[in-house]
Design a protein around this ligand. Structure first.
Ligand code: MN
Length: 734
């Protein structure tokens, strides 16, 4: 392919006459004339008439010996996008096939690509193939891109880089997959020139430097091989293999090699008539020069996934340098250069549709692919090509332009769960291309999907399992329901255990330390306490069992204390009376008519000065002070043990009292912070904070604060209530 010569339409048609019939030539000439008229007022960035571009594109396709429809498609490929001509007019003037090809190329032009990580590049390539539907659309697009790259110098630098990047990430790999190495190499080399001009020109320079020396050496080698082959009567073409800058660049960059360390700078290609000759030539080469171990590859017996066939070997050449040799038949060489295009090439008088139908070609293609499916590469290749041949995937965009691959038949629910489990669980609707669609809308390649979510969503509905197409989405929906039941069981189980613990006259808070919970959970073989409470919830284990274990330590301890106090009370009452720190001072509570009684504030209701209080005579532990509304003093048994107490006003100024507050509200960002700040502003000490949020984003915050009296407390509660999204604040009694 001549890069620098600009062909005229006549030259293209002249070249096509080598393989097309008279009527076919007339067909493509008409396509040219149609395009010429349509683009007549347009010019390229270079200042040339626009039509020059489609002519070159058609020229590249003729070089690949494509069928008349594809060549016509090359002439017409920009007509719909850039002029007023419609697809219908093209169909009328030519045929459905041509309009289909032009439509395909136009659609591909609309896919926007931003450089992304490799997986995204791969998805974009697949999307390209999926949207193209017909492989010939890709061939036209490759020819289009090739000519655009050849004329890239007319564009601003920023655009040059963007287009070069896209070429390297999308188009060159596509050309490679299709085995069209001539196009692949040129795309890569040109892209490198714009993306890394320094390296590009450095390699050009290095290659030039020793070119004479190298060429001379290669000539010697070729002469030697030629004389050897003559002896055994093998007819062969020998060439010094042309070098591709980009492959040298990659080797230097990726393998971190010096320029002169790259073996295949010295390379010879031998093309022969038969496979038998290939192996015969290999034998001769290996007899002449010592082969390097591990460098022999038989791609004839084991073709590469893109259908490439050849023998590769590296030998220690006559001057002691590694020399790479490739041996193949002429037919293999054709495929090596033109890949799939070589198979698609049009033979005169035998149009694609009759000689070998499209379907037949697909069958042939499938066979090749199946036959190669053993190797990993082949599998990958098949994956990437089967999308258009079997079209079992759809490719859709996120609003940000990422491409998501899903099995065909997928619906917005699949898309949502592919993005993130939480997105799936909170989905309430979906917009497709900006328009609301039902959740069972079947996604199409190219759709832009925007999932609508709500934090107040109650989660997926059960019938989504049937709507979803991917097992990923189905599993995640099932998991949600399983977890939801678990949450319910945890709550229920915890309530039951709380109740059992209280039966021991112990507050759950006292035994719910993380260590204690962990210890007991392990004792019953649960991985964590949530699993343990859940098991109580669904009655896999009784609450009493858990409560007994959880409270065993504290019960023993309390028993000990009780015994000790009992002993003290028995031995010496006077000692307590004369104690330098009478307990009443600590509590700030005076028992009417009685002095020096052991008085303590109960932990269940945490009374503070200002609260109505009552004393409760305990067995051997003095008087405990409760709020009059505390449930623990409402029992019938308690009534007989109550005695009136009052706050000692003098003591209340300095003493501080624990109060537990429960704050309930909507879990917006910063809520907890604002609560803490509000308390802080009242110059109140906080001794404990905990918070949790349920699946409806309702937050429950527990704080324990030190306060002086009820008016102090009221001030704090009022302050917290003013915080936005706080719904209730209450003092907690346990
Ligand atoms: Mn174009």
């Amino acid at each position: 392919m001549a890069k620098d010569t600009v062909l005229t339409a006549e030259e293209v048609i002249e070249q096509a006459s080598k393989y097309l019939s008279g009527s076919d030539l007339e067909f493509i000439r008409r396509a040219y004339q149609f395009a010429e008229k349509a683009h007549s007022e347009q010019y390229r960035k270079s200042g040339e008439p626009y039509i020059i571009h489609p002519i070159q594109v058609a020229g590249i396709l003729v070089n690949l010996e494509m069928d008349p429809e594809t060549v016509a498609g090359g002439f017409l490929h920009d007509v719909v996008e850039d002029t007023d001509i419609t697809l219908e007019e093209i169909e009328e003037a030519f045929n459905t096939e041509v309009s289909m090809l032009v439509d395909g190329v136009t659609k591909l032009g609309k896919i926007k690509y931003k450089s992304k990580e490799e997986q995204q590049a791969e998805n974009h390539r697949k999307m390209f193939v999926a949207m193209a539907k017909d492989i010939r659309v890709i061939l036209i697009k490759l020819a289009d891109r090739l000519h655009n790259m050849r004329t890239l110098k007319h564009l601003p630098a920023e655009k040059q880089r963007r287009i070069s990047n896209e070429t390297l990430e999308i188009f060159a790999p596509l050309a490679h997959r299709l085995g069209i190495s001539t196009i692949k190499w040129e795309l890569e080399d040109t892209a490198l020139r714009y993306l890394n001009p320094q390296q590009y020109y450095r390699i050009v320079h290095l290659m030039k430097q020793k070119r004479n020396e190298r060429e001379h050496y290669i000539e010697e080698v070729i002469d030697e091989i030629r004389s050897q082959l003559k002896d055994v009567n093998i007819d062969a073409d020998l060439h010094g293999r042309p070098k591709h800058l980009y492959s040298i660049y990659r080797k230097m960059v990726i393998q971190n090699k010096q320029f002169n360390e790259i073996y295949d700078l010295l390379a010879v290609r031998i093309t022969v008539n038969s496979i038998k000759d290939c192996y015969a030539v290999l034998g001769i080469i290996h007899t002449c020069w010592k082969p390097m171990p591990g460098r022999f590859k038989d791609y004839i017996a084991m073709p590469k996934p893109n259908l490439y066939q050849s023998l590769h070997t590296t030998v220690i050449g006559p001057k002691g340098d590694p020399l790479e040799v490739q041996i193949r038949t002429h037919e293999m060489h054709e495929i090596a250069e033109y890949g799939i295009a070589a198979h698609w090439a049009y033979k005169e008088g035998k149009p694609v549709s009759t000689e070998r139908s499209f379907e037949e070609k697909l069958t042939w293609f499938r066979e090749i692919l199946d036959w190669q499916s053993e190797t990993h590469d082949a599998e990958e290749f098949m994956e990437s090509l089967k999308v258009d041949l079997f079209s079992d995937m759809v490719y859709v965009f996120t609003p940000k332009g990422d491409v998501i691959e899903l099995p065909s038949g997928s619906v917005p629910i699949d898309f949502a769960y592919r993005i993130h489990t939480e997105v799936g669980n909170q989905t309430i609707g979906a917009k497709v291309n900006g328009k609301m669609e039902p959740l069972d809308y079947e996604l199409k390649t190219g759709d832009i999907i925007e999932v609508m979510t709500s934090k107040h969503s109650y989660g997926p509905s059960k019938d989504w399992i049937n709507l979803a197409q991917t097992s990923q989405a189905k599993n995640k929906i099932r998991q949600f329901f399983k977890k939801q039941r678990k949450d319910e069981n945890i709550t229920k189980g915890k309530e039951l255990v709380d109740k059992e613990i209280r039966n021991f006259n112990i507050q759950p808070k006292e035994v719910y330390t993380s260590d204690n919970l962990k210890r007991v959970a392990e004792k019953f073989n649960f991985t964590n306490d949530e699993d343990m409470f859940a098991a109580v919830g669904y009655q896999g284990i009784t609450a009493a069992q858990i409560a007994t274990r959880l409270t065993e330590k504290i019960r023993k301890q309390k028993q000990k204390e009780q015994n000790l106090e009992q002993t003290l009370a028995d031995v010496s009452t006077t000692e307590i009376k004369t104690s330098p720190k009478p307990s009443k001072k600590d509590s700030g509570v005076r028992v009417e008519g009685v002095d020096n009684l052991l008085v303590r504030l109960s932990k269940c209701c945490n009374p503070v000065p200002g609260d109505d209080i009552i004393g409760y005579i305990t067995k051997g532990r003095g008087v405990s002070v409760h709020r009059t509304d505390c449930l623990n003093v409402q029992t019938e048994e308690a009534q007989t043990r109550l005695l009136p107490v009052e706050w000692e006003t003098s003591a209340t100024d300095s003493k501080q009292y624990h109060v537990d507050l429960e704050i309930w509200g909507y879990d917006r960002r910063g809520l907890l912070n604002e609560v803490l700040q509000a308390v802080n502003e009242t110059k109140t000490n906080i001794t404990a904070v905990s918070g949790k949020s349920d699946r409806n984003k309702m937050a429950t915050i527990h704080i324990t604060i030190l306060i002086q009296n009820t008016s102090h407390l009221r001030k704090i509660v009022e302050r917290i209530k003013q915080i936005q999204e706080v719904y209730t604040v209450r003092r907690v009694m346990q």
